[in-house]
Design a protein around this ligand. Structure first.
Ligand code: DGL
Length: 274
């Protein structure tokens, strides 16, 4: 297999990273992908840095067996606390979701006030703030953990009165701070975009890390000369191969994953990371 034909490896704690995979498929439809959801250990967002890093290393080792050409850490929490450990431990090209989101926020803000929402561990890590300030030190960042958003999205309560009140409760203080840009720093939050925009108003630009990350994957593969070549054969083109792995029973992943990915997930393989 030529270098460029090798698959892209992607991991997350569960189904959330499928929002990143969805964007990768949209922007890079010819790429083979392997997706690992570490469902036995989710959620990552309430766990310690050490624990999330241990899981992230196990996930990466598993995906490396498939000769992946690039790894996407499609989980904000894992990107926030484990990316530097992964960079030390492994030598393959790595893309996390934080850097791309931070860069986009810096580009968009006009008044220099950026809000960041995510899991408790992501917000506590200040990873987005560090990245943003490394680009422009004068930007003010305000973090807000929104732990109830993940279960609401997983329950499918996307446009619901209860969800609207919870979004208002978490985000009203950010609105009062006068931010003009809000980073959706968690895999699940793009699904709440409409409600979040409704609460924040049209003067606040939402940054979707999933889309920004997919664009970064494309830029990195292009730079490395690793974009998959055109698929051979007659039309319709041979579809790119997609494999899905989980570390616990696949039922919930299959059911809910299709909503996150926007297409049916038919085969999910259960694995044991040991
Ligand atoms: N994937 C996680 C993130 O983006 C959210 C779910 C979890 O806490 O595991 O932070």
């Amino acid at each position: 297999m030529t270098n460029a034909k090798r698959p892209i490896g992607i991991f997350d704690s569960g189904i959330g990273g499928l929002t990143v995979l969805k964007e990768i498929i949209r922007i890079l439809p010819g790429e083979d992908t392997l997706y690992l959801g570490d469902t036995a250990h989710l959620p990552y967002g309430t766990k310690s840095e050490e624990t999330v890093t241990k899981y992230s290393i196990q996930n990466t080792r598993f995906l490396l067996q498939f000769n992946i050409k690039l790894l996407v850490v499609a989980c904000n929490t894992a990107s926030a606390v484990s990316l530097s450990a992964l960079r030390k431990e492994f030598s393959l090209p790595l893309v996390g979701v934080i850097e791309a989101g931070a860069r986009a926020a810096v580009k968009v803000t006009k008044n220099g006030k950026v809000g960041i929402i995510g899991t408790e561990t992501t917000v506590r890590s200040s990873a987005y703030t560090r990245e943003i300030k490394a680009i422009r030190a004068d930007i003010d960042t305000i973090g807000q953990a929104c732990p109830l958003f993940v279960p609401l999205v997983e329950e499918g309560w996307i446009q619901d009165d209860i969800t609207l009140s919870i979004v208002e409760r978490y985000l009203t203080p950010l609105k009062k701070e006068g931010i003009d840009t809000l980073v959706l720093g968690c895999t699940h939050y793009p699904l709440l975009k409409k409600t979040i925009q409704q609460v924040m108003g049209s003067g606040v630009t939402l940054i979707d890390s999933a889309e920004e990350t997919a664009l970064e994957v494309k830029a990195m593969l292009t730079q490395l000369g690793l974009i998959a070549p055109e698929r051979e054969g007659n039309l319709p083109a041979v579809a790119a191969a997609r494999r899905f792995f989980v570390t616990d029973v696949p039922l919930r992943f299959e059911e809910q994953g299709s909503r996150f990915l926007g297409e049916k997930i038919s085969t999910v393989e259960r694995i044991d990371l040991g």
